[in-house]
Design a protein around this ligand. Structure first.
Ligand code: SF4
Length: 346
């Protein structure tokens, strides 16, 4: 166990964790909402430092990140626990657990140094914390991100975006990409899907990740039939992305498949995804992508200015065809494609 960072000591040996926006006040002997931070005798400890549930070499497009080091491979690591309790969670076996390893699976210790060694050994361009919410093992991702920067590797958070501003500001110098879910655009939806009552802080933090820390940001919305497929929510997300992150920010609208507590719902009809695509385009977004629909022609990056093909994708087979730096090779239009890794003195 390691003592946590970013917490406050309160009266009566209670502590307040400031890693995510729950800001759990935890009594002695008790756990936070994520079940991975515990108050022992008035000090906050994390139970999951370097405890890995899953690791894989993935195409960066699988995160999905389409405008960030396209065609590269990323070493992906997942831990245990989550601060959300989403009804459709695909990874509930690692996120809904009471301890690292849960009751059925083993947990493997992978130190930051080992994680970086594996990233290099597998010839990946960088490392991503993904599969469960990275904030839950924040200290581990921070130590690993600092080390990754020493080796010129890129770093990615695949996140529900619920970090506090303080936590973002600690991590910000060492993080290249913020792949954030904006799951819906109403209080009722976030409450129903994820048991989150104040979700708008997610938007503020995503904007700060881009503006204050220069991160590359891409947004994902998993379209769930009858829950967030209404025009009002989708147009709300699209307009927010346009106004706060910019019209060149990629928005991925992905297909839902029945999981966990939502097995009674059907997979998202393709027509609903195409409607979301049109809503995004109508709002002025230049890059809207359908996800989990291999072979759909919206997987490609097409230049909005000259109409030529910049990047072709079929599933995870990516070919960079017409990109020069961040721009279209044919007409010089800005495409917001990040090809460089952040350099930081650690
Ligand atoms: S990281 Fe865990 S303990 Fe800390 S505020 Fe979030 S849910 Fe609570």
């Amino acid at each position: 166990m390691l003592e946590a960072i970013l917490y406050e000591k309160l009266s009566g040996d209670r502590v307040r964790c400031d890693i995510c926006q729950w800001r759990c006040v935890i009594n002695p002997g008790k756990l936070g909402v994520c079940r991975m931070r515990c108050n022992y005798d008035g000090l906050l400890y994390l139970l999951n430092y370097a405890e890995v549930s899953s690791m894989a070499v993935d195409p960066i497009e699988k995160k999905p990140l389409f405008h960030f080091l396209p065609g590269s491979f990323v070493f992906s690591l997942g831990g245990w626990g989550c601060n959300f309790h989403c009804q459709h969670c695909q990874n509930w076996e690692i996120s809904c657990v009471e301890q690292p390893g849960g009751s059925v699976r083993g947990s493997r210790k992978v130190s930051p140094k080992e994680a970086i060694e594996l990233t290099r050994q597998y010839r990946c361009g960088g490392i991503a914390w993904t599969y469960n919410e990275p904030a839950i093992w924040f200290e581990y991702t921070l130590d690993s991100a600092k080390l990754a920067k020493e080796y010129g590797l890129y770093t990615v958070y695949v996140t529900n975006g619920y970090l506090t501003v303080e936590a973002l500001d600690v991590l910000g110098p060492y993080l290249d990409a913020w792949r954030v879910d904006v799951k819906g655009f109403s209080d009722g939806f976030y409450q129903k899907l994820s048991k989150i009552y104040r979700w708008r802080g997610i938007l503020e933090v995503a904007k700060r990740a881009k503006e204050r820390w220069g991160m590359h940001v891409e947004v994902v919305t998993n379209i769930i039939p009858s829950m967030n497929d209404d025009e009002e929510q989708l147009a709300g997300i699209a307009r927010w992305v346009r106004d706060e992150l910019g019209e060149l920010t990629p928005w991925h609208v992905t297909r839902f498949y029945p999981h966990h507590y939502l097995t009674h719902l059907p997979p998202t009809p393709i027509v609903s995804l195409e409607t979301a695509y049109k809503i995004g385009k109508r709002a002025g977004l230049r890059f809207v992508y359908l996800g989990n629909v291999p072979g759909h022609d919206t997987e490609n990056t097409i230049c909005y200015s000259c109409g030529k093909l910049n990047i072709s994708r079929f599933g995870y087979n990516t070919k960079v065809i017409g990109v020069d730096g961040s721009k279209c090779k044919f007409c010089d239009a800005e495409l917001n494609i990040r090809q460089k890794v952040k350099k930081v003195k650690v």
